[in-house]
Design a protein around this ligand. Structure first.
Ligand SMILES: Nc1ncnc2c1ncn2[C@@H]1O[C@H](COP(=O)(O)OP(=O)(O)OP(=O)(O)O)[C@@H](O)[C@H]1O
Length: 387
């Protein structure tokens, strides 16, 4: 276990919520251990009790019965305001105060904790930076002057403000377009690599659950736990028909979101040359000698620029405008699903780049299909072993 975990374990023991006037409980006998420093996703159909379950953890909703401990402390014994300062909370559409600036929104909890002004100011800037917003540009704006994705980022920054060990996130990326949503998910994973909080995350998007969760709890009516396991295990062996329905078609495609480009063997034997270091004629000669049809042209910092076909070089004067531009590259941290999309968009090899955007290799459709085949075989083997 990594020693930089800042999160704490949460335990819910036979927690029940019965709303006044309702005959059936909204959450019934819910028992779960949420491990320290992990992301646990609650996923399930609308109205099954996800939000109620989550909001009992910070006591925005009081349980009717049961016990909740956070880092060993009895949450129901603590003063609710004190409890909530230790638990960050981010919700759909960010829930920012419209008449507060970005800085004032992020500074709410530190203000309640009576941090001095300069410490709050520093923390605000640090957090804006952390969530990818330039402090100078954004700290004095009002929420209405931000895009939906930027508002969500500020919402996450606000939840992290007082460095709480626990974060509750209720469909925090539900209201943004799919591309922004993908970016926000990537950023959350990047942040979590560093922060190691305990995060409880509600969504009804199973793909989001697979991408983000260390563990996923698939919930049915009244928050009954249908399956609570790693994404890999749920995709490979759904516990019952309800879970299978949630996993849906294309389970092998979804498994591609579990693997990163760095986990598979991609090729690094493309002919890659730096634009200023070789003439088109010399490159053409070399390609003919090596029997290569394509070469990849890089800029001075070894970032991919263009693909050139040997034919393009007969008349080309410069490598910076020969051939065609390289499409969106994938990084070694991208999921195989992202890689597949890039390969399809390129109509061939997608270029793989490292941390500074430099060329490190290429990936093609065969690598992806081989991986899917391998995953399927491993799954069949483990089923065979189990029966
Ligand atoms: N304040 C309330 N009073 C009475 N019933 C409520 C209240 N809040 C929620 N409920 C009921 O409790 C059940 C669970 O609601 P909850 O919001 O926890 O579900 P959910 O899984 O988060 O749903 P969704 O995905 O649609 O947000 C629902 O049947 C809902 O109608």
């Amino acid at each position: 276990m990594a020693d930089n975990v800042s999160g704490v374990e949460i335990q819910l023991d036979r927690v029940t919520k019965r709303y006044p006037g309702s005959r059936e409980p909204a959450v019934k006998d819910f028992t779960m251990t949420i491990p320290a420093g992990k992301i646990v996703i609650l996923v399930g159909p609308s109205g099954c009790g996800k939000t109620t379950t989550m909001r009992m953890i910070n006591r925005l909703i009081e349980p009717t019965s049961g016990r909740i401990t956070i880092g060993g402390e009895d949450a129901l014994e603590l003063d609710p305001d004190k409890l909530r300062r230790k638990i960050g909370y981010a919700i759909q559409q960010a829930g920012l105060f419209p008449h507060f600036t970005v800085a004032q929104n992020i500074g709410v909890v530190p203000g309640l904790l009576r941090w001095d002004t300069s410490r709050i100011r520093e923390r605000v800037d640090e957090l804006l930076d952390l969530v990818g917003l330039d402090p100078a540009q954004y700290r004095d704006r009002y929420p209405r002057q931000l895009s939906g994705g930027q508002q969500q980022r500020v919402g996450v920054a606000r939840a992290l403000a007082a460095d709480p060990p626990v974060l509750l996130m209720d469909e925090p990326f539900g209201a943004v377009d799919p591309i922004t949503r993908g970016n926000l998910q990537d950023e959350l994973l990047r942040l979590q690599d560093e922060l190691r909080k305990t995060i409880v995350f509600v969504t009804h998007d199973f793909d989001e659950a697979v991408k983000l969760g260390d563990k996923i709890a698939v919930l049915g009516d009244a928050s009954t736990i249908q399956q609570y396991d790693t994404p890999e295990a749920i995709l490979a062996n759904p516990a019952n028909d309800m879970v299978a329905g949630f996993v849906g078609a294309g389970a092998s495609l979804k498994q591609l979101t579990l693997l990163r480009v760095r986990d598979v063997t991609y090729s690094d034997d493309a002919l890659a040359v730096v634009a200023g270091e070789v003439t088109p004629q010399a490159l053409r000669q070399r390609m003919i000698e090596e029997g290569r049809t394509y070469a990849l042209v890089l800029d001075a910092r070894r970032r991919p620029l263009r693909w050139v076909h040997v034919r393009d070089l007969t008349t080309a004067r410069s490598l910076t405008d020969a051939g065609r531009p390289v499409g969106d590259p994938v990084s070694t941290r991208s999921t195989l699903q992202d890689a597949l999309e890039a390969i399809l968009a390129e109509g061939g090899n997608a270029v793989v780049t490292g941390a500074r955007g430099e060329y490190v290799g290429t990936i093609d459709i065969t690598t992806v299909t081989d991986t899917v085949r391998q995953l399927r075989e491993e799954h069949l083997d483990s089923e065979g072993a189990a029966s």
